[in-house]
Each structure stands twice: as structure tokens, then as C-alpha cells.
Write a protein that binds this ligand. Structure first.
Ligand code: S3P
Ligand code: PEP
Length: 759
């Protein structure tokens, strides 16, 4: 039985027959054995020595050369023979299995799927409903049952490619087979599988075989290999793989492999040209893009990112275990502003010239934006300690990305990109993680359509967004139905590409970083009252950007100090743009002892150091006009309210329901665990505070952050005034906005233990 984040899997097959006992089949047997599998494992192989070795190693119970003999009483059959041997083996199966044996589940481990599906159709007339084709993405350059490894599939993906007629029970059983081996199982269709594998596995194998063969031919005595260093070894390890298996794969998947080889040859030709002509810009841009793409891939592989959590390791979870009590003292600087970091990359990329950014937030959200521009051909150096250099390509210089642009957890990125991409000559697609996939995008798709864009969304106006290139956009006047800086910014970015004037009216002031930064890049955005506008067709001129610390991240420490007797915190260099200071206004109204020092302007944005000391808080009715100015700060403000005396009332905050989680409900559920009295209404909440300097304000308990960074951080801070420890689940994507949060919180005197589980 394999345990995964508290879930256990089991495989109840009575007799599993593995046809083809090599590394893959043998490792499956070994993994099943290690899991405590109760059924019989039999194998069938043309090589009796392999069978004998499998029995000696204790991997299989019995076996032999004859398929029909082994199939008696089988409940599941796994075809683990080379791809080109699949058809004769299926024919033997068809003969040996009675027609009615639909309870016997058939599956395979072949590396290409379209050919194997065709074999099944030729042999059985269709892919039978009890057949689920699959492919474990795991292997080794070793072959044969002797190399069997019970851990081979742990944390590896297994892709299943079920047909529409699949029997759900058969699918569930094949899933269970791999899950007990520790694998993460996912499904995709056959064509996509073959394309993905051609690029990520088959092409690299072809290159490795080719490089080693080319060098070996040039050097009869193989002298050259004596001098080969680590780079050669790393690049060519897979050239030691099983030749028969790989011959079969290249024959079976030739179309997809040839397509990926064409792309590769084109890339190689570009590099050859750059080397020949000493084109240093192309070389640096290519290497920089590749080096960062590789680094990004590493973070996925090493599970250091929240994206790894969603994409690679669905069972992996990060939990914070926070000791109750602790203090809130010190001088800290929180990372750069997330909203401005996204925009710095976007505008820097579209500008003419080189943009130097300081203070860039190296969080997953803004890094996803940066990566997306690299995929559209923009050379970006860094980030190195908050410094990023963007080699702008001009308004028309973006290139079509090779595939969908993945913007992770970030609503800001998806909505701003939607506007920007609507103005491009090429088609594009925007995707995101599980949380983002639930967020409303009609709020941008609808007005963009009014401007002339063609955008497809999934059901209910959700991501992914498919944007048609080459639209002739025209400016509109849009009266926004909600106070959203993301919608406003989306339309202004589309407006850069539109004919005429794009005007946006906002029902309440929202953050104006887009307008400020555009003006800073020499692109005039005008404003009168609640309406701003720009003319399409202009250009951006690169300039330096100094990103201040994010007031939304600083908020967790403002609240930490506001609720903790004896607290005294100085937060340095915080952005205090008037459209972002709702939290300062609200805390001040609640009685917080908060002062701004050293106020100054940095790169067009006001900045200050904020000193905050403990003072008893009182409950207030939060002024509705402050809501958009503090929109991301409410999770933390709810904790402030729970520590105030009296009731705090929030209204007009329905937007909180469509953030990374439904933040009203997520906070209410956590407050209920801590025993804080509250009443939820559609657009807000009443929270009855229990603030008293001499005693804890509430209890402890286990809270679910629902994968929402701000919920996770808010309940972490709550522990300062809890009577017992608070355990917060699903915290990995604190890294989206505030990767150094735990370090800084521990630095001010909290006690947080981070537990990661990938088991
Ligand atoms: O424009 C921006 O950078 C943001 C705008 C706000 O969203 P809405 O526009 O949806 O209110 C905010 O919640 C988000 O974190 C960042
Ligand atoms: C709502 C937030 O971000 P986004 O909309 O970009 O996901 C946030 O950071 O709190």
C-alpha cells in the first residue's frame, strides 16, 4: 500500500500477468511486492532466463513462455514488450482470452500511444473498453529484469490515454495499479501524449545517440572520450539506453518526432548563424532563455515551487505549524510589490531600449510573468537579488510562443496578459493553476470583445483563454461594473494597440500602477475624476524602475505588531501609493499606533518606512470607500478584527469571493476553528473581537488555507494571540507573493515550523 499525503492506495488484482519481463515490467513487479500486494504476479517472456531471474529475485511468483498458460485466472494483463512487438502479443492475447473476458483489464507501458492504439484496433476491431493504454514516464539506461527497481515509479508520472469507450472500472483499476507503486497518474489523449513525448523524451534520446555516434565515428580508437568532462557525461547518459526499444519508438512515433526535429533543426540553424556571425545578442538571448527555462524546470523537479505542487506532485503539501505566542519586534524589509513587478516586465518588454528593474519580487507569480515573456522572445537577464534587465522588443516585437502561456496562480497576470495579447498579430492561449482556473475572466473577455478581440473562454467565462491574433482593435469607453485595477489595466494595455481612444471609468479608485508606469515610460495616460484614458498607437521608451516593498506583504507584519502587546516593528521602504493605503487607514481607525517616517518618492511611487507599535484595537465599521484600497489586506485585517474589542463590520467586499479562494468564507471557516464569533453576509462579515492584552484572544486548531497565500499568512500571524498552536494546511503558494515570509516572521519572534510532505 502506498501512502500519499494521508491517502492510501491499494491494488486488489488477484492475478497480474506481466508480458515482457524487462526493466519496466520487472520494476512494476518489484514495486507491487514492496507495496504488500496480495495477488499472484506472473510473467511471460520469450527469454526463460529472465523469468527464472525474476523468480529468484522474488519479484514474480511464476512464469513461462506461453501466454495462454499464464492468462488462466488473470485479472489484469500488463503489456511491457517493445512497441513493435505489441501487435503479435495482442494477437496472442485475443486468441487466448475468451471474448467474454471483459473483466480482465488490459494495459500497456509503451512509450508511444498512437501506434499501439492502431495495433489494438487491427487486432480487436476497436480499443476494447477493458483496455487502458498507459505510459510510465520513468526509466533508466539499464535494461533487463536484473535492473528492476521498486522505487522506479515513486513520484514519477504515469500518463493514461483512455479512449472514450473506456470502462470506468478498468480505468480505476489501472490507476490504482500505478498509485500503489507511488506514481502520480494523469490522463491525456493519445495525440497529445505522442507530441509531448516526442519533444521531451524522444528528441533528447535521438540527439544523445547522434552525438555519441558522431564523435565515436570520428575517433576510431575512442581516444576523445578520455578527455570528455561532466558536460559530455550528463548530455549523453541516455545514449546508453536499449537500442531495440528506441528503434521501435522512433519508427512508431516518427511523425511527432520529425515535427520536433524540424523545430530543433531550425533552432540549431539560428544558433549556427549566430556563432558564425559572432552575433552576441542572439547568443546571450538564447542562452539566457534556455538557462532560465532550465532553472524553472529544476524548481518543478525539486518541488520547490507551488507549481510543482499543482503540476508535478498533486499529493505534495506544505503545512505551517505555528507556536502560539511569540513576539513582534524588529526592523525588516519585505519583498518588492507584486503588482508593480508584473507591470515592470510587461512594459519593459514592450518598450524600446533596456529597462533596469530594482526590487523585483522573485515570487512565483511575477516569475511566471517573466517566463511568459521569455517564451515570447524577450531577452531578460536575472532576476539576481531583485535586479532584472529587460531588453525591450518594442510594441510589435513579441513573437508567438510555442505553446500556451502558463501564468500559475496569478489573476493579475492572466487579466493583464489578455489585454496585451489581444493586440498581437499571433494567436495565444493563457492557462493557469487549479485556483486560477476557477476565477472569472468574462470581466476582461467581454470588454475586450467590445474592442474587437476574439477570445474564447472555458465554460462560465473561466480560463483557459484563447485569444485570436491579428484583430483590429478599436478604442471604447468602458464603465467598469466592479472596482478592478486588473480590468482597468487590461483595457489600457489593449488600448495601446487600439485605434483611437480607450477610456475606463472606475466605480471607486483602484490601484493606478499601470497608469503611473505608462506615464513613466513616456506614454501619456490622462485622468479626470473617475475616468482615465489613452490614445492607441504610441510607443514606450525604456527607463529604470525601482519597485518598493509590497504594502500587501507588509500588512501581515503591520497586523502582527498591532495585535501583540509589547510589539514594535519598523517596515522599511514600503510603497504607500494612495490607491493602496486602505490598510493604514483602517488600522489607524481601529486605534493602531502607526506612523510613517522618511516619506519620499522613488521612481514615480511614494514610499515610506512604517513604524508600528502595539496599542489596543477597537472594532469599527470599515468605511466602504476603503475597501478597494485594501482589497488584498482583508485576510490579515480579519485577524486584526478578531483581536479588537467590539465588532468590526465589513460590507461592499463581494470581490473577496473571487480571489485565489472565496476569502470571506475561507477566513470565516478558519475563524470558526479558532472560536472567533462572526457572521458572514454576501458582501462581508461581522467579526466580534475578543481583544484583551492580558489573555489570548482565541484558541488554536487546524485551519485550511485552501491554497490561498494570504489566508495562510493571515492565520500564521493569528497565532501570536492564540491560546494554542495553529496548524495551517496547503501553504505552498505563499511563495507566489512572499517567498521569504516564514524567515521574516521567525525573525520578528514567531515560531513557525514548515512541514512538507511528498510521500
Ligand atoms: O492590478 C493588480 O495588480 C491587482 C488588482 C487587484 O485585483 P482586482 O483588480 O481583481 O481587484 C488585487 O486584488 C490583485 O492582487 C492585484
Ligand atoms: C488577488 C491577488 O492576486 P491575483 O489576483 O493576481 O491572483 C492577491 O495577491 O491577493
Amino acid at each position: 500500500m502506498h501512502l500519499s499525503a494521508g491517502r492510501s492506495f491499494s491494488c486488489a488484482e488477484q492475478r497480474l500477468v506481466i508480458i515482457g519481463l524487462g526493466l519496466i515490467g520487472g520494476s512494476l513487479a518489484a514495486a507491487l511486492r514492496a507495496s504488500g500486494f496480495k495477488g499472484v504476479i506472473a510473467a511471460c517472456d520469450l527469454d526463460q532466463d529472465e523469468i527464472n531471474r525474476g523468480i529468484e529475485m522474488g519479484l514474480i511468483d511464476e512464469g513461462g513462455k506461453d501466454i495462454a498458460t499464464q492468462l488462466v485466472d488473470a485479472s489484469m494483463v500488463v503489456l511491457a514488450v517493445p512497441v513493435l512487438a505489441m501487435e503479435p502479443v495482442m494477437a496472442a492475447l485475443a486468441e487466448a482470452l475468451p471474448r467474454a473476458a471483459s473483466h480482465v483489464v488490459l494495459t500497456d507501458v509503451g512509450s508511444t500511444k498512437a501506434t499501439i492504439r492502431s495495433c489494438a484496433v487491427r487486432v480487436f476491431g476497436e480499443v476494447p473498453p477493458n483496455m487502458v493504454l498507459g505510459h510510465p514516464i520513468a526509466g533508466s539506461e539499464k535494461s533487463g529484469v536484473a535492473a528492476a527497481n521498486p522505487e522506479l515509479y515513486v513520484h514519477h508520472r504515469v500518463i493514461l490515454t483512455p479512449e472514450p469507450n473506456v470502462n470506468p472500472d478498468a480505468l480505476a483499476r489501472v490507476r490504482a495499479l500505478w498509485q500503489v507503486c507511488g506514481a502520480d497518474v494523469l490522463e491525456m489523449d493519445v495525440e497529445r501524449h505522442d507530441q509531448v513525448l516526442a519533444r521531451t523524451s524522444h528528441l533528447p534520446h535521438l540527439l544523445a545517440f547522434s552525438l555519441v555516434d558522431t564523435l565515436a565515428r570520428q575517433d576510431e580508437r575512442l581516444e576523445i572520450f578520455r578527455y570528455a568532462a561532466g558536460g559530455f557525461r550528463d548530455f549523453t547518459r541516455i545514449a546508453g539506453s536499449d537500442p531495440v526499444m528506441w528503434r521501435d519508438i522512433f519508427i512508431a512515433n516518427r511523425h511527432a518526432v520529425l515535427a520536433s526535429l524540424d523545430d530543433f533543426e531550425a533552432g540549431l540553424a539560428r544558433l549556427r548563424q549566430a556563432v558564425e556571425s559572432g552575433d552576441s545578442d542572439t547568443l546571450i538571448a538564447t542562452f539566457d532563455r534556455a538557462s532560465h527555462a532550465r532553472h524553472y524546470f529544476d524548481t518543478l523537479l525539486n518541488k520547490t515551487s507551488y507549481q510543482a505542487e499543482y503540476n508535478m506532485q498533486p499529493q505534495g503539501k506544505v503545512t505551517y505549524r505555528v507556536h502560539s505566542g511569540g513576539q513582534a519586534k524588529g526592523r525588516i524589509r519585505v519583498p518588492g510589490d507584486k503588482s508593480m513587478s508584473h507591470r515592470s516586465i510587461m512594459l519593459g518588454a514592450l518598450a524600446e531600449g533596456v529597462t533596469e528593474v530594482k526590487g523585483f519580487l522573485e515570487g512565483e507569480d511575477s516569475l511566471a510573468t517573466l517566463q511568459a515573456f521569455r517564451e515570447m522572445g524577450v531577452a531578460i537577464e536575472g532576476p539576481h537579488q531583485g535586479r532584472v534587465t529587460i531588453h525591450g522588443v518594442g510594441m510589435q516585437g513579441l513573437k508567438a510562443p510555442a505553446g500556451p502561456l502558463y501564468v500559475g496562480n496569478s489573476g493579475t497576470a492572466m487579466r493583464l496578459f489578455a489585454g496585451l495579447l489581444a493586440g498581437q498579430a499571433f494567436d495565444s492561449e493563457l492557462t493557469g493553476d487549479e485556483s486560477l482556473t476557477k476565477r472569472p475572466m468574462a470581466r476582461v473577455a467581454d470588454p475586450l470583445r467590445l474592442m474587437g478581440a476574439t477570445i474564447e473562454t472555458a465554460e462560465g467565462g473561466r480560463p483557459p483563454l484563447k485569444i485570436k491574433g491579428g484583430a483590429a482593435l478599436k478604442g471604447i469607453f468602458y464603465d467598469m461594473p466592479m472596482a478592478s485595477a486588473q480590468v482597468k489595466s487590461c483595457l489600457l494595455l489593449a488600448g495601446l494597440y487600439a485605434q483611437g481612444e480607450t477610456r475606463v471609468r472606475e466605480p471607486a479608485p483602484t490601484r493606478d500602477h499601470t497608469e503611473r508606469m505608462l506615464n513613466g515610460f513616456g506614454y501619456t495616460v490622462s485622468r479626470e475624476g473617475d475616468t482615465c484614458w489613452l490614445q492607441g498607437g504610441g510607443k514606450l521608451t525604456a527607463g529604470p524602475i525601482d519597485v518598493p516593498s509590497d504594502i500587501s506583504s507588509a500588512t501581515f507584519f503591520l497586523v502582527a505588531a498591532a495585535i501583540t502587546p509589547g510589539a514594535d516593528i519598523m517596515l522599511e521602504h514600503v510603497g504607500i501609493n494612495p490607491t493602496r493605503i486602505g490598510v493604514i487607514n483602517i488600522l489607524t481607525l481601529m486605534g493602531a499606533d502607526l506612523i510613517l517616517e522618511n516619506e519620499r518618492e522613488v521612481g514615480g511611487e511614494p514610499v515610506a518606512d512604517i513604524r508600528i507599535r502595539y496599542a489596543p484595537l477597537k472594532g469599527i465599521d470599515i468605511p466602504v470607500d476603503q475597501v478597494p484600497l485594501a482589497i488584498d489586506e482583508f485576510p490579515a485585517l480579519f485577524i486584526a478584527a478578531a483581536n479588537a474589542s467590539g465588532t468590526t463590520r465589513l460590507r461592499g467586499a463581494e470581490e473577496l469571493r473571487v480571489k485565489e479562494s472565496d476569502r470571506i468564507q475561507a477566513m470565516a471557516d478558519g475563524l470558526a476553528v479558532l472560536g472567533v464569533e462572526h457572521t458572514v453576509v454576501e458582501d462581508g462579515v461581522d467579526i466580534v473581537g475578543n481583544g484583551n492584552a492580558d489573555a489570548p484572544s482565541y484558541g488554536g486548531g487546524r485551519v485550511d488555507s485552501l491554497g490561498d497565500h494570504r489566508i495562510a499568512m493571515a492565520f500564521t500571524i493569528a497565532s501570536l494571540r492564540a491560546s494554542d498552536d495553529i496548524v495551517i494546511d496547503d501553504c505552498a503558494n505563499v511563495a507566489t507573493s512572499f517567498p521569504s515570509f516564514v524567515d521574516l516572521a521567525n525573525k520578528i519572534g514567531m515560531h513557525i515550523r514548515v512541514e512538507s510532505r511528498h510521500d
